[in-house]
Design a protein around this ligand. Structure first.
Ligand SMILES: [Zn+2]
Length: 90
């Protein structure tokens, strides 16, 4: 059986010390795809990097584009551009 984790926070600082080890454990499990949802701009950047590093990880940045739209327009525009150019950003 294959599992798809549709909402994880692999970018969370709780994983800063052992993130790669945890991701390797996930890789060895029956989980074949993970969406890492960033809940801040920095977290979203980390999620995007994880999706670039690991084939089975995708990133979601939707929350930041809504929350930061009015006061962080440049960041939002950059993320939207990334989203268009990177098929692993959902
Ligand atoms: Zn969440």
């Amino acid at each position: 059986m294959e599992f798809f984790d549709s909402h994880a926070h692999l970018d969370d600082e709780k994983f800063d010390e052992d993130r790669d080890q945890i991701i390797k454990k996930i890789q060895k499990s029956e989980t074949t795809k993970v969406i890492s949802a960033g809940y801040s701009i920095e977290g979203s950047k980390k999620a995007i990097k994880l999706s670039e590093k690991y084939e089975f990880i995708y990133s979601s940045i939707r929350n930041i584009t809504k929350r930061h739209y009015t006061n962080r327009r440049q960041n939002v525009e950059r993320h939207r551009k990334n989203k268009r150019n990177n098929k692993k950003i959902l």
